[in-house]
Ligand binder design. Structure first.
Ligand code: ADP
Ligand code: MG
Length: 226
């Protein structure tokens, strides 16, 4: 079976200047990611994981290199192009959920669905993550694991091509982490969506089709599972 490339990166470089010192957060990163793959990017704290995910998500700009989304050059997009790319192509899940406290679960998800040009049904999406009974609850009335599932529903409801997750289980106990990872796998399989999860937790990497190991801003190894 031949699969289409959804992302292609060549020689990604990113520096951060902090006064006199310059940190090389990405030091020549190359990869190809295919439609429907489940990728885990694994590496220690400070290795460049979030920087890489922010580049893939069109939230920051590169110093050098090429990043293609379905053959469209993300590295050449202007502000407007990047805004459209973020709106339509990518959905984000963060470690600390980032839900709006004054909106209930339904409203948090509805907001994202409305921003997208092809948003999904909000109730159905919340049912998908097991929260049909919790739609009118505010974030403060939900557990960490439930809040993360709202955040996942919010990302899915945009109906993006790629789901980007930055340490999505970082604030969760092991049982909630397991549930979140299984849900991500289900989303990946059900909707055939490309999922990219970054983590420093080796246990989490087991659900991936491929694991990208990152160290000091470089991909040191790509490991295939199954
Ligand atoms: P990880 O997510 O793997 O912990 P990051 O991508 O956040 O790593 O960071 C990689 C390196 O870049 C670190 O040395 C970090 O301190 C630095 N860095 C990341 N973002 C910034 C920033 N906005 N300003 C300055 N330095 C940064
Ligand atoms: Mg990080």
């Amino acid at each position: 079976m031949t699969r289409n490339k959804v992302l292609s990166a060549r020689g990604l470089v990113k520096h951060f200047k902090m006064g006199e010192v310059s940190v090389k957060a990405l030091d020549g990163v190359d990869f190809d990611i295919y439609e429907g793959e489940f990728i885990v990017i694994l590496g220690p704290s400070g290795s460049g994981k979030s920087t890489l995910l922010n580049m893939i998500g069109g939230m920051d700009t590169l110093d050098a290199g090429a990043l293609l989304f379905r053959d469209k050059p993300v590295h050449e997009m202007d502000k407007k192009g990047l805004a459209l790319y973020r709106r339509d192509a990518v959905g984000f899940v963060f470690q600390f959920y980032n839900l709006i406290p004054s909106l209930n679960a339904f409203e948090n998800v509805a907001l994202a669905a409305q921003i997208s040009s092809r948003g999904l049904d909000v109730e159905k999406t919340l049912a998908e993550v097991g929260l049909s009974e919790r739609m009118d609850h505010f974030p403060s009335q939900l557990s960490g694991g439930q809040q993360q599932r709202v955040a996942m529903a919010r990302a899915i409801a945009k109906n993006p091509d790629i789901l980007l997750c930055d340490e999505p289980t970082g604030a969760l106990d092991s049982e909630s982490s397991e549930r979140v990872m299984q849900l991500l796998k289900t989303i990946n399989r059900t909707y055939d969506k490309t999922v990219i999860v970054i983590t420093h937790d080796t246990d989490i990497a087991t659900v991936a089709d491929r694991v990208f190991h990152i160290n000091d801003g470089r991909l040191t190894d790509i490991e295939c599972n199954g």
